[in-house]
Write a protein that binds this ligand. Structure first.
Ligand code: S3P
Length: 166
């Protein structure tokens, strides 16, 4: 575990980006969003990459980008909701990983109409719920800390409390 890099994981819409922004500002760390970095490097949007290379192609690029991002200390790293699927060890060895455990309804409300989330857009609520349920154990088993809270401000507070002991 590298405590100089804080990685936020969790389902789409759980608040990783928002909490990451507040946390980075308060810690004086750089904020990096792995999806934004993927889009920047490929000069394509996530939906474009997914439709051109499939989810598998996207995951390969994601792993390469994560390896690079984990080289930089004093970073808050907000990663895509599926980043831990193939990179659990990488993230846990190279950073301190917090799982933002947010209720499904809250996540779903934030993501349901978002065309930039190809794994959700056009899917039924039940399909998204199945994805969510299938992911929960993966998140819990691939983090150092589970942060369950009502909103991002509370998540940040809890993360900072934990960091005090490290
Ligand atoms: C994904 C989540 C997305 C993005 C991609 C796949 C996932 O990121 O990486 O669409 O598999 O859960 P956000 O969690 O930021 O929406």
């Amino acid at each position: 575990m590298n405590k100089n890099i804080i990685t936020l994981i969790g389902f789409m819409g759980c608040g990783k980006s928002y909490a990451g922004r507040i946390l980075a500002r308060e810690l004086g760390y750089n904020l990096v969003d792995s999806d934004a970095e993927i889009e920047r490097r490929q000069n394509k949007t996530i939906p474009q990459i997914m439709s051109e290379t499939g989810e598998q192609g996207f995951r390969k690029i994601e792993t390469e980008v994560l390896k690079d991002l984990l080289q930089h200390d004093f970073t808050v790293l907000s990663v895509g909701g599926g980043a831990v699927l193939n990179n659990g060890k990488l993230l846990n060895d190279g950073s301190m990983v917090f799982f933002l455990d947010t209720d499904f309804e809250k996540c779903y409300d934030r993501i349901k109409n978002d065309a930039n989330r190809p794994l959700v857009y056009g899917k039924s609520k039940d399909e998204v719920l199945a994805l969510y349920n299938g992911r929960m154990d993966i998140y819990k088993n691939n983090c150092h800390f589970v942060v369950k809270s009502e909103d991002s401000a509370e998540s940040v507070k809890k993360i900072k409390e934990i960091l005090k002991n490290y």
